[in-house]
Design a protein. Structure first.
Length: 310
């Protein structure tokens, strides 16, 4: 059985409304690696060329998902899938009004923080234990923050406190051990996956995008399997699945075909609440065109994202 673990630890996009982008530098990375080897990349890979999802302003989901909250109320969902429940250790996005007096984000080398723009986030779990959540982005209508890893799974209350006004907004959520969410390029929880392909050819790794920008729109780049000797590893970025019970308990299905999973867990020590999946793509997907991709973990199902195959 082929074994390969590649953990990409790359920078975040520093945009007001972040672009979930992976750009192909055209350079081979990891020369000398071979299919069959086990390795973990713990340093940046072509720093600035490959970016896992920026985790600040995730973008607004469809308004039918996030209803306008009344004063003192908020709605909190997964920052990847825009639905609940919320997994411990995952990234959440809270929506409401008057949540903060300013718009602010945390520098990459300092997040998360417990107070940002005069805002604090407190999670009270069903055991009535209070947890201060790390924050990475605040604005009057949106706050991106962690779900503390020591919060007990079950019903919980999240309180967003605006210290500038003294007002608070409350969100009622369910917390689970796992609740997989996959990031997408259009920041809506659906559409083209935020992913990259690692092509293993003659002992060298080549990193290839699954999308391109065309007239300001995200357009899929069909995945080409190439020569029979090439092996393709799919890397998906998400949140909420690092605490899976086991690797066999996690399945990613692409076009109805389960992948051979080789890694599913945290995506680098410098990426709080960012998770990563690596799995081999079978050649039976060649020529399938646009297909759905979904993750199942311990009985929980992710949002559906798409990939394209030539």
């Amino acid at each position: 059985m082929r074994k390969s673990i590649i953990r990409l630890t790359c920078g975040f996009a520093a945009l007001a409304v972040i672009t979930l982008s992976i750009c192909f530098s055209g350079k081979p990375v990891g020369a000398g690696s071979k299919a069959g080897s086990v390795r973990t990349i713990t340093t940046p890979v072509s720093f600035g060329a490959y970016k896992s999802p920026g985790l600040r302003n995730i973008g607004l989901p469809d308004l039918s998902i996030i209803r306008a909250a009344a004063a003192g109320e908020a709605t909190t969902v997964s920052a990847a899938s825009f639905v609940g429940p919320l997994a411990i250790g995952s990234l959440a996005a809270g929506f409401g009004s008057g949540l903060a007096a300013v718009t602010a984000s945390v520098p990459d080398d300092r997040f998360p923080v417990t107070t940002l723009g005069g805002v604090t986030v407190t999670v009270v779990d069903w055991l009535e234990r209070s947890h201060t959540a790390g924050i990475i982005y605040v604005s009057p209508t949106q706050i991106n923050h962690e779900i503390p890893v020591n919060a007990a799974p079950g019903p919980a209350t999240i309180t967003y406190t605006n210290t500038a006004t003294g007002e608070s907004s409350v969100s009622f959520v369910d917390i689970a051990p796992v609740a997989p969410g996959l990031f997408t390029m259009n920041m809506t929880g659906s559409g083209i996956a935020n992913a990259v392909i690692v092509r293993k050819r003659n002992g060298t790794d080549f990193y290839e995008p699954v999308y391109r920008m065309e007239n300001g729109q995200v357009v899929p780049v069909p995945i080409d399997f190439g020569p029979e000797t090439d092996q393709l590893l799919l890397v998906l970025w998400g949140t909420g699945f690092r605490f899976r019970s086991s690797l066999p308990a996690l399945t990613v299905t692409v076009g109805g075909i389960p992948l051979e999973s080789v890694y599913a867990g945290r995506s680098g020590d410098d990426k709080p609440f960012m998770d990563q999946f690596n799995g081999w793509l079978p050649r039976s997907l060649a020529g399938r065109g646009f297909v759905d991709t979904v993750m199942d973990v311990d009985g929980m199902t992710s949002n559906t994202v798409q990939l394209s195959f030539r």
